[in-house]
Write a protein of this length. Structure first.
Length: 444
C-alpha cells in the first residue's frame, strides 16, 4: 500500500498544476475594485480560472499602482500592486462618459460576477449598480465591498485597512495588559481577510445560482467581516467583562507565549493538552510542575499561568532554537520558530509545496509571490502573469468579448472613452520592454 505522505505529495504536486483543469474556467468577473480589499476577492477567483477584467480610469489607474513601500518602484511598477492584481485583464475605461456605460452594460450581459468596493451607493449613482446590471442580466452575482456596508449610519464614511481594524474591535485587543499602547495588525490584515470572505460569499452565491438560475446581491462590510476572527464581544456578552489584552499569550493555554532563545531568535510555545504540558515540563527538567498543576484550570489561573510563563521564558532563554525544536520532537509539544521574511523566502519546503513561488513573467521577469493558499488536488489554482500596465488589454477585451472593429476602437480612443498610461511609474510598462512588439497589447 502506498505511503500516505507519498500519496499526498503526489496528488498536490505543484509541478502538475498546468496538467489539471481550472474550477472557474469560463467564469467572467467584472472587477471595479481598487487598492487591496475588493481586489483580493477578485484575485482569488482568478487564481482558480475565472476571467477577471479589472476596470480603471485611463491615465489615472488604481490608487494602489502607486502604493509602494517608502516610494520604491520595481521596474516602474509597484510590487504591492502585483501582489493583489496578478492574473487579471486590465481595461481602462472612462466611466464618466455615456459610451463607457454602454460598454459595461454589454459586458454585464456576458458576465457572471461583478465586484466593487466604492463608497455605498456610488456604482448605483453611476448607473452600473446591482439594480441596473441585474436587469441586463438577472443571473448576475454582485458583490459590494464597503467598509461599513450598504446601509446604516456609517455607510458614507471612507475606510481602509487601519479603519476596519479599529471599527472591528481588533485593535482594542492588541498590546499588553496594563498599558495604553495599541498596535495595528501588520500589512493589511483588515483588507486581506475580508477579501477572502468576499470570494467565499461569491462561491456560495454561485452554488445557489447553479441550483436556481438566480443571481443575487452581496453586501460585505469590511469592519463586520474582520469581527469574525474575534470572540471578544461574545465573551463580554455573558461575563460583562472585557476579554482584555493578553499580549503574546493565549488565555486558553498555559504556558503560552513568544520567547527569546539564547541565539537571539524567537519561538512560540503553547501547551493545549495535558500531554503537551507534560512534554514541556520534561523538556525543561521541571517534573515538579507536572505534579503541581495537573489540572488545566489550575494552570489557567492568572498567578499560576504567569509562573509557568516565567519558567518557560527562562528555559527558552538558556537554549538555542535548533535544540528546542529537537526537544519538541522528542517530548511531543508544540513549538514554532518566529520566521522573518528572509527565512520564508528561502524556505525550500515552502517552495516545494508551491506556497512561495519564484514566478517568471514575460514583461517583468522574476518575482517571488505566494501561491494560492487552498490546495485542491483536482483543480489547483495557478499564477498566469503579473499585473500589467494601465489599459494593457483594451484591444483584446473589446475585440474578443464585444466584437469591436479596429475603426470602432480608434473612435473610442479618439473620444477618450478608453485609454492607457502616461509617463508615470506605476502605470506604464518597464522602460526596457518593447510594447510595440507585444502581441496582446496590439491584439489583432
Amino acid at each position: 500500500m502506498e505511503n500516505y505522505f507519498d500519496y499526498t505529495k503526489k496528488i498536490f504536486d505543484p509541478a502538475k498544476t498546468k496538467e489539471k483543469p481550472e474550477v472557474f474556467k469560463g467564469l467572467r468577473v467584472l472587477d471595479f475594485t481598487h487598492v487591496v480589499y475588493g481586489p483580493t476577492a477578485a484575485k482569488i477567483l482568478g487564481q482558480y480560472g475565472a476571467e477577471v477584467i479589472k476596470f480603471e480610469l485611463p491615465w489615472v489607474g488604481d490608487l494602489w499602482r502607486f502604493g509602494v513601500y517608502w516610494g520604491n518602484f520595481w521596474r516602474h511598477s509597484s510590487v504591492c500592486f502585483h501582489f493583489v492584481q496578478y492574473g487579471k485583464y486590465f481595461f481602462a475605461l472612462n466611466l464618466k462618459l455615456p459610451k463607457a456605460k454602454e460598454i459595461i452594460l454589454k459586458m454585464a450581459e456576458k458576465a457572471d460576477v461583478v465586484i466593487e468596493n466604492f463608497a455605498a451607493g456610488t456604482t448605483d449613482t453611476w448607473g452600473i449598480g446591482y439594480s441596473q446590471l441585474s436587469k441586463a442580466n438577472p443571473g448576475i452575482i454582485y458583490l459590494s465591498c464597503a467598509t461599513y456596508g450598504q446601509y446604516g449610519p456609517m455607510r458614507f464614511f471612507p475606510g481602509w485597512d487601519l479603519l476596519a481594524q479599529a471599527a472591528s474591535g481588533a485593535i482594542a485587543l492588541t498590546g499588553y495588559p496594563g498599558t495604553d499602547k495599541y498596535y495595528k495588525l501588520p500589512d493589511y490584515v483588515g483588507d486581506f481577510f475580508p477579501g477572502n470572505i468576499g470570494a467565499l460569499a461569491v462561491i456560495m452565491a454561485l452554488n445557489y445560482r447553479n441550483k436556481t438560475g438566480k443571481g443575487q446581491y452581496i453586501d460585505l462590510a469590511q469592519g463586520e467581516a474582520l469581527m469574525r476572527i474575534l470572540p471578544n464581544f461574545t465573551y463580554e456578552s455573558i461575563t460583562n467583562e472585557d476579554l482584555g489584552r493578553v499580549g503574546n499569550t493565549d488565555p486558553t493555554m498555559a504556558p503560552s507565549g513568544i520567547f527569546k532563545s539564547c541565539d537571539g531568535k524567537f519561538v512560540a510555545v503553547a501547551a493545549a493538552t495535558d500531554e503537551q504540558y507534560k512534554g514541556i515540563c520534561e523538556a525543561m527538567g521541571r517534573p515538579d510542575l507536572v505534579n503541581k498543576y495537573k489540572d488545566t484550570f489550575e494552570r489557567l489561573k492568572a498567578g499560576n499561568a504567569q509562573e509557568l510563563i516565567d519558567a518557560t521564558s527562562k528555559w527558552v532563554g538558556s537554549s538555542n532554537v535548533d535544540n528546542l525544536v529537537e526537544l519538541a520532537k522528542k517530548h511531543h509539544f508544540a513549538i514554532a520558530q518566529v520566521e522573518d521574511d528572509y527565512e520564508i523566502t528561502h524556505d525550500e519546503w515552502r517552495q516545494e509545496r508551491g506556497s512561495v513561488i519564484v514566478f517568471t513573467d514575460e514583461m517583468y521577469g522574476k518575482l517571488m509571490i505566494p501561491g494560492p493558499s487552498q490546495m485542491l488536488s483536482k483543480t489547483p489554482g495557478r499564477i498566469k502573469w503579473l499585473a500589467r500596465p494601465l489599459g494593457y488589454h483594451n484591444r483584446y477585451i473589446l475585440k474578443t468579448i464585444l466584437g469591436y472593429s479596429d475603426e470602432e476602437i480608434k473612435q473610442l480612443e479618439k473620444e477618450r472613452v478608453i485609454g492607457n498610461w502616461d509617463d508615470r511609474p506605476g502605470i506604464k510598462p518597464p522602460v526596457y520592454y518593447d510594447i510595440d512588439k507585444d502581441p496582446m497589447f496590439n491584439y489583432k
